[in-house]
Design a protein around this ligand. Structure first.
Ligand code: B12
Ligand code: SF4
Length: 409
C-alpha cells in the first residue's frame, strides 16, 4: 500500500536567516505506521509536490496555521483525482472543523498506537471522518525512533554547512503562557520519554548536531539532570528551548553539549539580564525570542527594549508579532474585544500584524517589527552572527574530536 505523506510549504519570517529545518511531526508519525505501509515523503519547503503523483492514500501533515491553506489545496487536488486524503498534525488539531471540509479523514492527537486502526479502516473502505484522540495520550513509552530515512536529508543545510536534526525527549508542558496553544495540544502534564529511548534515538542519528524540540526542558530539575548525564557520552551538540536556571543543571547541560538555547525575552529586567549572562558563563549561546505587540508595548518601550537586547549581547534574536492563534488565550481575548481584523490564515506567520494593538496603529507595529530586525542586525548582519554560532559549534566539535567537515548528501 503506497502512502504519500506531504508537508506543505510555509512562509518564513522575511528577515530570518534562510535555512530550512527538517520537519519532525511527519517522521515521528511515520514511525507509528503499520509495517506493510510503503511510505514516501515530500517536504514542499525543499522540493515541489507533484499533484499528479500516484498513491493509494495521501497524508497531509501540518504544523503551523500558516500551512493550512496550502495543505487544503494539496488535499483538494488529490481528492479531485479520487485519492483519499487524511490530514493530521498540530495545525489540524487547531483547525479541525475547517480541515474536515478538505479531507476524507482528519486525525486529531498523537499517532502512536493509533495508525493500525486508521489503516485497517482505510483498507476496509470504512475510513471515519474524524479520529479524535485529543487529550487521550498514548503511553509515552510507545514513542519510537523517528523515521528520518524518509527525509531528503541533504536538503537541510545552511550554505553547505550541516544543520541540525530534530528529536524530542518529552511532550506536554506544565506552564500555560498567554500566546501558546500547547495546553490545548499536548496537555498541562509533563510527559518525559524514558531516558534510554531518547539516548538510543539520539545515538542513531547520523548527525552530531541536534535540535531538541521539547517545549521547555525546564520542567523537572531531576529529569533534566538525569537526561543531561545520560547524554554526555554521546558528545552531540544541540540547541533547545529554555534550560533550568541552576548551576548544576547548566553545568551538566554544557557537558552534554548544549550549543544554544531559544530563550523568550519577555522584558528588560535584571532577571533576564542574569539569565543570559548565566548561559554565557557556561559557554551556551542564546537566541532570544522577542514577541512584539502586547498591550503595554508602546513605540518608546520597544525602542528602549531594543537597546537592552543589544546591551545583553544576545547571540541571535528572532522578533515576532503577537498572533492570535486559535485555542490560545490571546485569541479568546482579542476575538472577544473585536480587535482581530484578519482571519486569513496565510497572514498568521508571526511576521504580519493581524489585530489592532492597544498602544499604536497596526502599521506602526509592523514598522516596529522591521525596526527591531534591522536595528538588532545593523552592526553585525544575521549571516555573520549565524557564522559565529556555527564557528562556536565547530570549535566544540574539534575539541572533542567529533567534527566532520563534509555535509551529508
Ligand atoms: C519544533 C517547533 C518549531 C520548529 C519547527 C521545526 C520543524 N521543521 O519542524 C521551529 C523552531 C522552526 C518553529 C517555528 C515556529 N513556531 Co513552532 N513549534 C515547535 C514545537 C515546540 C514542537 C513541534 C513538534 O515537533 N512536536 C513534536 C511532534 C512529534 O509532534 P506533532 O508534530 O504533533 O506530530 C504528532 C501528531 O501531530 C501526529 N501527526 C503529525 N503529522 C501527521 C500527519 C498525519 C496524516 C497523521 C495521521 C498524524 C500526524 O503524529 C505525530 C506523532 O504523534 C511546537 C509546540 C508543540 N509542542 O507542539 C511549536 C508550535 C507548533 N510553533 C508555533 C509557532 C507560533 C511557531 C512560529 C510561527 C513562531 C515562533 N517563533 O515560535 C515559528 C515559525 C515562524 C516562521 N513563520 O518562520 C505554535 C503554532 C502556532 C500556529 N497555530 O501556527 C506552536 C504550537 C507553539 C505555540 N506557541 O503554541 N516551531
Ligand atoms: S510557551 Fe513554552 S513554556 Fe509556555 S506554555 Fe507554551 S510550551 Fe510551555
Amino acid at each position: 500500500m503506497r502512502f504519500l505523506l506531504i508537508y506543505p510549504k510555509w512562509e518564513k519570517l522575511d528577515r530570518q536567516t534562510s535555512f530550512i529545518l527538517p520537519p519532525h511531526g511527519p517522521v515521528v508519525m511515520a514511525a507509528a505506521l503499520p509495517p506493510d505501509v510503503d511510505v514516501a515523503f515530500i517536504d514542499e519547503n525543499v522540493e515541489p509536490v507533484d499533484l499528479g503523483a500516484g498513491a493509494d492514500f495521501v497524508g497531509v501533515s501540518m504544523m503551523l496555521t500558516a500551512q493550512v491553506k496550502r495543505g487544503w489545496e494539496i488535499a483538494d487536488a488529490f481528492r479531485a483525482r479520487g485519492i483519499p486524503v487524511i490530514c493530521g498534525g498540530i495545525a489540524v488539531m487547531l483547525h479541525a472543523e475547517e480541515c474536515q471540509k478538505h479531507a476524507d479523514a482528519v486525525f486529531l492527537g498523537e499517532a502512536e498506537g493509533r495508525m493500525e486502526e486508521v489503516f485497517a479502516d482505510f483498507k476496509a473502505g470504512r475510513l471515519r471522518k474524524v479520529y479524535n484522540y485529543m487529550q487521550n495520550f498514548p503511553p509515552i513509552e510507545s514513542v519510537g525512533t523517528a523515521r528520518r530515512g524518509i527525509l531528503n536529508r541533504g536538503m537541510y543545510n545552511y550554505r553547505g554547512v550541516q544543520m541540525v536534526d530534530l528529536v524530542h525527549a518529552s511532550r506536554g508542558c506544565r506552564f500555560n503562557c498567554y500566546p501558546c496553544a500547547v495546553r490545548f495540544l499536548g496537555g498541562r502534564s509533563f510527559r518525559p520519554r524514558p531516558f534510554e529511548r531518547v539516548v538510543e534515538e539520539m545515538a542513531s542519528i547520523d548527525n552530531n548536531r541536534l535540535f531538541i524540540v521539547d517545549n521547555s526542558l525546564a520542567q523537572d530539575r531531576d529529569w533534566e539532570i538525569g537526561l543531561f548525564r545520560e547524554m554526555i557520552p554521546l558528545k552531540k551538540k544541540w540547541c533547545c528551548h529554555p534550560i533550568e536556571e541552576d548551576d548544576e543543571v547548566l553545568d551538566l547541560a554544557a557537558q552534554a553539549g548544549a550549543w544554544f538555547v531559544y530563550q523568550t525575552i519577555f522584558d528588560s529586567s535584571d532577571y533576564i539580564r542574569n539569565r543570559i549572562r548565566r548561559y554565557h558563563d557556561f559557554g551556551i549561546a542564546v537566541e532570544g525570542s522577542i514577541l512584539l505587540g502586547l498591550d503595554y508595548h508602546t513605540e518608546d518601550y520597544i525602542k528602549r527594549w531594543m537597546d537592552f537586547l543589544l546591551e545583553i549581547e544576545l547571540d541571535m534574536a528572532e522578533f515576532t508579532i503577537l498572533t492570535p492563534f486559535v485555542h490560545t488565550r490571546t485569541f479568546d481575548d482579542l476575538h472577544k474585544e473585536g480587535r482581530i481584523f484578519s482571519y486569513d490564515w496565510n497572514d498568521y506567520t508571526c511576521g504580519k500584524v493581524v489585530f489592532q494593538p492597544k498602544m499604536m496603529t497596526p502599521e506602526k507595529l509592523q514598522e516596529m517589527y522591521h525596526y527591531c530586525w534591522d536595528r538588532f542586525y545593523e552592526e553585525e548582519p544575521a549571516n555573520y552572527k549565524m557564522f559565529k554560532m556555527l564557528k562556536q559549534v565547530m570549535e566544540k566539535e574539534k575539541a572533542d574530536g567529533t567534527y566532520k567537515p563534509r555535509v551529508r548528501t
